[in-house]
Write a protein that binds this ligand. Structure first.
Ligand SMILES: [Ca+2]
Ligand SMILES: [Ca+2]
Ligand SMILES: [Ca+2]
Ligand SMILES: [Ca+2]
Length: 228
């Protein structure tokens, strides 16, 4: 078993966080309309507890800075009619048994915290569904699991927010890596006619896993506000 010192040293080598301040498009060109966020295999989304180490780079969730949950957007465009939208998550819980393949980190309080994922309506506040993935549970560890599926009609925007929850220990400092996917974002079978369901990161951070020189490529979409 690795000592805590070894653990921290290993993680400092393999992980690099990049905060997103802009709406970022990460649409995957995977078969059958699958849309995965993020699309590169050695990169995870990573939501950190509000008291996680500041130097790990998650401005959005830190209690003295953004102090907000990570936020993702699902855009259902016009032309989608009563389509069953299924969202799945990879490794949504905070629990790690292999520091070289799993980006989850327990950090200094040595307690695994729970992670809450909520589906919000277009107003970003009405909660349509939520589930809590228990910290320290192997049920979803390093595997895809269903989050939720529901019927959608466009145009309509949905949101997902992800938050580490403080448990009995009060401190919440885990760093939870995961992925999100829309199982099939191509409601009409035509992948190029502009009505594909999209999955986007609005507030998030990334964790890059691997050794040596690491890189990640992504595209950003800037929304120009209309002049009055
Ligand atoms: Ca895990
Ligand atoms: Ca913890
Ligand atoms: Ca995880
Ligand atoms: Ca289509």
């Amino acid at each position: 078993m690795k000592t805590e010192k070894q653990y921290r040293k290993s993680k400092s080598i393999v992980s690099l966080l990049l905060c997103l301040a802009l709406l970022t498009i990460l649409v995957n060109a995977a078969p059958a309309g699958e849309v995965v966020l993020p699309r590169q295999s050695n990169v995870y989304l990573q939501t950190n507890g509000s008291q996680s180490p500041e130097q790990d780079g998650d401005w959005w969730t830190h209690e003295t800075h953004g102090n907000q949950p990570h936020l993702y957007q699902i855009i259902v465009p016009s032309g989608v009619n009563n389509f069953n939208l299924a969202v799945e998550m990879f490794d949504p819980e905070s629990y790690c048994t292999d520091i070289y393949t799993d980006p989850d980190e327990q950090k200094a309080n040595l307690v695994w915290e729970d992670t809450r994922v909520r589906l919000l309506d277009s107003d970003r506040s009405t909660v349509l569904y939520e589930t809590v993935y228990p910290g320290g549970s192997s049920a979803s560890n390093l595997k895809w699991v269903s989050f939720y599926s529901w019927n959608v009609t466009g145009p309509h925007n949905y949101y997902l927010d992800v938050t580490l929850l403080a448990g009995a220990a009060a401190t919440v400092d885990d760093e939870n890596g995961y992925r999100i996917r829309v199982v099939d974002g191509n409601a009409d079978g035509n992948a190029t006619n502009g009505n594909e369901i999209g999955l986007y990161a609005i507030r998030s951070a990334f964790s890059m896993m691997g050794t040596g020189d690491l890189s990640y490529t992504f595209a950003s979409m800037y929304r120009r506000s209309r002049r009055p």
